[in-house]
Design a binder for this molecule. Structure first.
Ligand SMILES: [Mg+2]
Length: 221
């Protein structure tokens, strides 16, 4: 089998542990560039509150700047700062047992990774989380949401049909809808910014990566 993973909130604990750090850094950068804020602490609390109901940190910043009635150019400043490499002392955490699960799966299957983001930042996160890039036969980091194109490309290059390809990610629209459209088997990681799970595109819902082992082991039987 081929298993294609997403990175953020599938292998790495992004929303809970990394996003608050990045949002604070972004706020500090915007203030440094002239954003008028009465109280930095209160502004940060406001951002965290917005982030709780937002679909992504870019949207969080957009809403925050709108509420502040801030100049639009702060949005570009914020986005640029979000994609900067991580500070050396930032710790990145995997989801529970990610490294062991990946190792187990890699001894039995082909693994690939398709992640949306900036190459340097994504590789930086993997390294800091202790995820060995060599464990994946293919890695694609893409700036735009076109995962289906890469799923197909990877399946062709590694010689897998869609009925032997599993795609595991947390975002249904971005990760799983294109996979389902190709005929792949979809595994939804119940993590991150989850509201409701649309069963049309989800074959399995998991709360821990350990469950991927179970799903694949059953298939081999
Ligand atoms: Mg994700």
């Amino acid at each position: 089998m081929l298993i294609i993973f997403d990175l953020d909130d599938t292998l790495i604990d992004t929303t809970n542990r990394l996003t608050p750090i990045i949002l604070l850094k972004t706020l500090k950068v915007m203030i440094k560039k002239g954003l008028k804020i009465d109280d930095e602490k209160r502004a940060y609390q406001k951002i965290l509150k917005i982030d709780k109901t937002s679909i992504g940190s870019k949207q969080t910043i957009k809403k925050f700047l709108y509420e502040q009635k801030a100049d639009k150019n702060f949005y570009d400043i914020a986005i640029n700062s979000m994609y900067l490499p991580l500070d050396g002392d930032i710790k990145i955490f995997t989801l529970h047992n990610a490294i062991d699960v990946l190792k187990y799966l890699s001894e039995r299957h082909s693994l690939a990774l398709v992640s949306q983001g900036a190459v340097k930042l994504q590789f930086d996160k993997m390294e800091k989380a202790g995820i060995d890039r060599a464990i994946f036969s293919k890695i694609v980091i893409t700036k735009v949401a076109n995962k289906g194109f890469y799923y197909k490309k990877i399946m062709d290059e590694l010689g897998y049909k869609s009925n032997n390809t599993y795609v595991c990610g947390d975002k249904i629209e971005v990760d799983l809808v294109p996979a389902k459209e190709l005929g792949c088997i979809t595994i939804c990681m119940n993590w991150g910014r989850k509201k409701n799970i649309n069963k049309t595109y989800v074959d399995y819902t998991i709360n821990s990566l350990e469950e991927v082992k179970k799903i694949l082991d059953e298939k081999l039987r």
